[in-house]
Design a binder for this molecule. Structure first.
Ligand SMILES: O=P(O)(O)OC[C@@H](O)[C@@H](O)c1c[nH]c2ccccc12
Length: 264
Protein backbone atom coordinates (compact mmCIF):
# COMPACT_ATOMS: atom_id res chain seq x y z
CA UNK A 1 0.00 0.00 0.00
CA UNK A 2 1.32 3.44 -0.86
CA UNK A 3 1.40 5.85 2.05
CA UNK A 4 -0.67 8.98 2.50
CA UNK A 5 1.85 11.45 1.06
CA UNK A 6 2.20 9.47 -2.16
CA UNK A 7 -1.57 9.27 -2.46
CA UNK A 8 -1.96 13.02 -1.93
CA UNK A 9 0.84 13.84 -4.38
CA UNK A 10 -0.84 11.68 -7.02
CA UNK A 11 -4.25 13.37 -6.83
CA UNK A 12 -2.65 16.83 -6.56
CA UNK A 13 -0.70 16.32 -9.79
CA UNK A 14 -3.89 15.30 -11.57
CA UNK A 15 -5.84 18.19 -10.10
CA UNK A 16 -3.17 20.76 -10.98
CA UNK A 17 -2.93 19.46 -14.56
CA UNK A 18 -6.67 20.08 -14.97
CA UNK A 19 -6.46 23.53 -13.40
CA UNK A 20 -3.54 24.49 -15.68
CA UNK A 21 -5.55 23.47 -18.74
CA UNK A 22 -8.41 25.71 -17.63
CA UNK A 23 -6.20 28.65 -16.58
CA UNK A 24 -2.84 29.32 -18.23
CA UNK A 25 0.22 30.62 -16.39
CA UNK A 26 -0.36 34.05 -17.97
CA UNK A 27 -4.00 34.04 -16.90
CA UNK A 28 -3.27 32.99 -13.32
CA UNK A 29 -0.54 35.65 -13.06
CA UNK A 30 -3.03 38.28 -14.23
CA UNK A 31 -5.38 37.18 -11.43
CA UNK A 32 -2.51 37.25 -8.92
CA UNK A 33 -1.74 40.82 -9.98
CA UNK A 34 -5.25 41.96 -9.02
CA UNK A 35 -5.20 40.29 -5.58
CA UNK A 36 -5.01 42.36 -2.40
CA UNK A 37 -1.35 43.18 -1.56
CA UNK A 38 0.53 40.59 0.51
CA UNK A 39 0.54 41.05 4.28
CA UNK A 40 3.98 40.29 5.74
CA UNK A 41 3.65 36.85 7.30
CA UNK A 42 7.14 36.31 8.65
CA UNK A 43 7.30 39.97 9.73
CA UNK A 44 4.09 39.55 11.77
CA UNK A 45 5.51 36.49 13.53
CA UNK A 46 8.71 38.33 14.33
CA UNK A 47 6.90 41.44 15.59
CA UNK A 48 4.42 39.57 17.82
CA UNK A 49 7.21 37.37 19.19
CA UNK A 50 9.22 40.43 20.16
CA UNK A 51 6.23 42.21 21.67
CA UNK A 52 5.07 39.28 23.81
CA UNK A 53 8.34 37.48 24.56
CA UNK A 54 6.57 34.23 23.63
CA UNK A 55 6.22 32.15 20.47
CA UNK A 56 3.85 33.80 17.99
CA UNK A 57 0.77 31.77 17.05
CA UNK A 58 -0.17 30.68 13.56
CA UNK A 59 -3.75 29.53 14.19
CA UNK A 60 -5.11 26.95 11.77
CA UNK A 61 -8.58 26.81 10.24
CA UNK A 62 -9.04 23.07 9.72
CA UNK A 63 -12.33 21.22 9.43
CA UNK A 64 -11.02 17.66 9.20
CA UNK A 65 -7.84 15.66 8.71
CA UNK A 66 -6.92 12.20 7.40
CA UNK A 67 -5.81 11.03 10.85
CA UNK A 68 -8.64 12.54 12.95
CA UNK A 69 -11.59 12.68 10.57
CA UNK A 70 -14.08 15.49 11.23
CA UNK A 71 -12.61 17.90 13.82
CA UNK A 72 -15.02 20.87 13.70
CA UNK A 73 -18.65 20.24 12.67
CA UNK A 74 -19.86 23.88 12.92
CA UNK A 75 -17.22 25.13 10.52
CA UNK A 76 -17.43 28.82 9.62
CA UNK A 77 -14.09 30.29 8.42
CA UNK A 78 -14.85 34.03 9.00
CA UNK A 79 -16.18 33.35 12.52
CA UNK A 80 -13.17 31.19 13.39
CA UNK A 81 -10.74 33.71 11.87
CA UNK A 82 -12.16 36.54 13.98
CA UNK A 83 -12.05 34.39 17.14
CA UNK A 84 -8.39 33.58 16.50
CA UNK A 85 -7.55 37.22 15.89
CA UNK A 86 -9.36 38.34 19.06
CA UNK A 87 -7.60 35.58 21.03
CA UNK A 88 -4.16 36.85 20.03
CA UNK A 89 -3.08 34.88 16.96
CA UNK A 90 -0.34 36.54 14.88
CA UNK A 91 -1.24 34.79 11.62
CA UNK A 92 -3.72 32.29 10.19
CA UNK A 93 -3.24 29.00 8.34
CA UNK A 94 -6.14 27.90 6.15
CA UNK A 95 -6.47 24.39 4.73
CA UNK A 96 -7.60 24.55 1.11
CA UNK A 97 -7.15 20.87 0.21
CA UNK A 98 -10.54 19.25 -0.36
CA UNK A 99 -10.05 15.47 -0.58
CA UNK A 100 -8.05 14.95 2.64
CA UNK A 101 -8.91 17.97 4.82
CA UNK A 102 -12.40 19.02 3.65
CA UNK A 103 -10.87 22.39 2.81
CA UNK A 104 -11.78 24.74 -0.02
CA UNK A 105 -9.95 27.45 -1.96
CA UNK A 106 -12.69 29.90 -0.99
CA UNK A 107 -11.97 29.49 2.75
CA UNK A 108 -8.68 31.36 2.38
CA UNK A 109 -10.25 34.59 1.12
CA UNK A 110 -13.19 34.27 3.54
CA UNK A 111 -10.84 34.02 6.54
CA UNK A 112 -8.47 36.69 5.27
CA UNK A 113 -11.20 39.22 4.48
CA UNK A 114 -12.64 38.76 7.98
CA UNK A 115 -9.39 39.82 9.71
CA UNK A 116 -6.24 41.86 9.22
CA UNK A 117 -3.99 38.83 9.81
CA UNK A 118 -1.53 37.44 7.23
CA UNK A 119 -2.66 34.04 5.91
CA UNK A 120 -0.83 30.87 4.96
CA UNK A 121 -2.40 28.76 2.23
CA UNK A 122 -2.12 25.26 3.67
CA UNK A 123 -2.06 22.92 0.71
CA UNK A 124 0.24 20.51 -1.10
CA UNK A 125 2.33 22.26 -3.73
CA UNK A 126 3.65 20.05 -6.50
CA UNK A 127 3.88 22.63 -9.32
CA UNK A 128 5.13 26.25 -9.53
CA UNK A 129 1.79 27.22 -11.13
CA UNK A 130 0.20 26.76 -7.69
CA UNK A 131 2.27 29.63 -6.28
CA UNK A 132 0.64 32.17 -8.60
CA UNK A 133 -2.68 30.48 -7.86
CA UNK A 134 -2.09 30.87 -4.12
CA UNK A 135 -1.44 34.58 -4.56
CA UNK A 136 -4.56 34.90 -6.71
CA UNK A 137 -6.51 33.35 -3.82
CA UNK A 138 -5.06 35.96 -1.47
CA UNK A 139 -2.30 33.94 0.22
CA UNK A 140 0.44 35.85 2.04
CA UNK A 141 2.54 32.73 2.56
CA UNK A 142 2.83 29.29 0.98
CA UNK A 143 3.87 25.94 2.44
CA UNK A 144 6.75 23.97 0.95
CA UNK A 145 6.63 20.36 2.19
CA UNK A 146 10.10 18.95 1.54
CA UNK A 147 8.95 15.36 2.17
CA UNK A 148 6.87 15.61 -0.98
CA UNK A 149 9.17 17.23 -3.55
CA UNK A 150 12.78 17.38 -4.73
CA UNK A 151 15.21 20.26 -4.24
CA UNK A 152 14.77 21.61 -7.78
CA UNK A 153 11.03 22.02 -7.36
CA UNK A 154 11.44 23.37 -3.82
CA UNK A 155 13.83 26.07 -5.11
CA UNK A 156 11.36 26.95 -7.87
CA UNK A 157 8.49 27.29 -5.41
CA UNK A 158 10.65 29.46 -3.16
CA UNK A 159 11.69 31.82 -5.96
CA UNK A 160 8.11 32.06 -7.26
CA UNK A 161 6.91 32.97 -3.75
CA UNK A 162 9.55 35.71 -3.67
CA UNK A 163 8.52 36.96 -7.11
CA UNK A 164 4.93 37.37 -5.92
CA UNK A 165 5.96 39.04 -2.66
CA UNK A 166 4.92 36.14 -0.45
CA UNK A 167 6.70 34.36 2.37
CA UNK A 168 7.31 30.61 2.24
CA UNK A 169 7.23 28.22 5.17
CA UNK A 170 9.60 25.34 4.48
CA UNK A 171 8.40 22.24 6.33
CA UNK A 172 10.80 19.58 7.62
CA UNK A 173 10.35 16.30 9.50
CA UNK A 174 13.86 14.96 10.01
CA UNK A 175 17.57 15.74 9.90
CA UNK A 176 17.89 15.12 6.17
CA UNK A 177 15.06 17.53 5.38
CA UNK A 178 16.51 20.14 7.74
CA UNK A 179 19.83 19.89 5.88
CA UNK A 180 17.93 20.45 2.62
CA UNK A 181 16.17 23.49 4.15
CA UNK A 182 19.57 24.95 5.08
CA UNK A 183 20.85 24.49 1.54
CA UNK A 184 17.70 26.08 0.06
CA UNK A 185 18.27 29.24 2.07
CA UNK A 186 14.73 29.97 3.23
CA UNK A 187 14.15 32.31 6.17
CA UNK A 188 11.03 30.62 7.60
CA UNK A 189 11.42 26.97 8.55
CA UNK A 190 8.93 24.64 10.20
CA UNK A 191 9.44 21.40 12.07
CA UNK A 192 6.35 19.22 11.77
CA UNK A 193 6.05 17.12 14.91
CA UNK A 194 3.61 14.86 13.08
CA UNK A 195 4.97 12.31 10.68
CA UNK A 196 2.94 12.71 7.49
CA UNK A 197 3.59 9.03 6.86
CA UNK A 198 2.64 7.45 10.21
CA UNK A 199 0.65 10.37 11.76
CA UNK A 200 2.53 9.93 15.02
CA UNK A 201 3.14 13.17 16.93
CA UNK A 202 6.18 13.84 19.14
CA UNK A 203 7.33 17.28 20.31
CA UNK A 204 10.80 15.80 20.64
CA UNK A 205 11.07 16.30 16.87
CA UNK A 206 11.25 20.08 17.41
CA UNK A 207 13.82 19.63 20.18
CA UNK A 208 15.97 17.44 17.95
CA UNK A 209 15.85 19.52 14.78
CA UNK A 210 15.76 23.09 16.09
CA UNK A 211 19.50 23.30 16.64
CA UNK A 212 20.07 22.24 13.03
CA UNK A 213 17.85 24.94 11.51
CA UNK A 214 19.35 27.74 9.39
CA UNK A 215 20.76 30.60 11.51
CA UNK A 216 18.71 33.32 9.84
CA UNK A 217 15.49 31.34 9.77
CA UNK A 218 12.53 31.95 12.05
CA UNK A 219 11.63 28.54 13.46
CA UNK A 220 8.03 27.29 13.63
CA UNK A 221 7.01 24.27 15.73
CA UNK A 222 4.09 22.57 13.95
CA UNK A 223 1.43 20.08 15.14
CA UNK A 224 0.60 18.33 18.37
CA UNK A 225 0.60 21.45 20.57
CA UNK A 226 -2.28 21.24 23.08
CA UNK A 227 -1.34 23.01 26.33
CA UNK A 228 0.60 26.03 27.62
CA UNK A 229 3.20 23.47 28.81
CA UNK A 230 3.59 22.26 25.23
CA UNK A 231 4.14 25.88 24.13
CA UNK A 232 6.75 26.35 26.87
CA UNK A 233 8.46 23.14 25.79
CA UNK A 234 8.90 24.10 22.13
CA UNK A 235 9.77 27.65 23.18
CA UNK A 236 12.60 26.25 25.33
CA UNK A 237 13.72 24.44 22.17
CA UNK A 238 13.97 27.87 20.46
CA UNK A 239 10.79 27.78 18.40
CA UNK A 240 9.80 31.39 17.73
CA UNK A 241 6.37 30.49 16.41
CA UNK A 242 3.84 27.66 16.77
CA UNK A 243 1.34 26.27 14.28
CA UNK A 244 -1.75 24.94 16.06
CA UNK A 245 -4.95 23.48 14.63
CA UNK A 246 -6.75 20.60 16.29
CA UNK A 247 -6.48 21.60 19.96
CA UNK A 248 -8.13 24.98 19.26
CA UNK A 249 -10.57 23.73 16.61
CA UNK A 250 -12.09 21.30 19.15
CA UNK A 251 -13.03 24.07 21.62
CA UNK A 252 -16.51 25.60 21.65
CA UNK A 253 -15.07 29.01 22.59
CA UNK A 254 -12.13 29.40 20.23
CA UNK A 255 -11.23 32.93 21.32
CA UNK A 256 -10.90 32.00 25.01
CA UNK A 257 -9.05 28.77 24.19
CA UNK A 258 -6.59 30.72 22.05
CA UNK A 259 -5.97 33.23 24.81
CA UNK A 260 -5.49 30.44 27.37
CA UNK A 261 -3.03 28.56 25.18
CA UNK A 262 -0.93 31.71 24.87
CA UNK A 263 -1.10 32.68 28.57
CA UNK A 264 2.35 32.45 30.13
O1 LIG B 1 -3.79 20.08 14.23
P1 LIG B 1 -2.42 20.21 14.77
O2 LIG B 1 -1.87 18.94 15.34
O3 LIG B 1 -2.31 21.34 15.76
O4 LIG B 1 -1.46 20.58 13.53
C1 LIG B 1 -1.59 21.77 12.79
C2 LIG B 1 -0.67 21.74 11.57
O5 LIG B 1 0.65 21.69 12.02
C3 LIG B 1 -0.98 20.53 10.66
O6 LIG B 1 -2.29 20.65 10.22
C4 LIG B 1 -0.02 20.43 9.47
C5 LIG B 1 1.30 20.70 9.46
N1 LIG B 1 1.85 20.50 8.22
C6 LIG B 1 0.88 20.09 7.42
C7 LIG B 1 0.93 19.75 6.06
C8 LIG B 1 -0.23 19.40 5.44
C9 LIG B 1 -1.42 19.31 6.15
C10 LIG B 1 -1.48 19.63 7.51
C11 LIG B 1 -0.34 20.01 8.15
Amino acid sequence: MTDVLDRIAAYKREDVAARKTATSQTAIEALAATASAPRGFRAALERVGEETGRPALIAEIKKASPSKGLIRPDFDPPVLARAYEAGGAACLSVLTDGPSFQGDDAYLGLARDATSLPCLRKDFLVDPWQVAESRALGADCILIILAMIDDTLAAELLSEAERFGMDALIETHDEAEMARACALGGDLVGVNNRSLRTFEVDLETTERLSMLSPVRALLVAESGIFTPDDVARVSAAHAQAILVGESLMRQADVETATRQLLAA
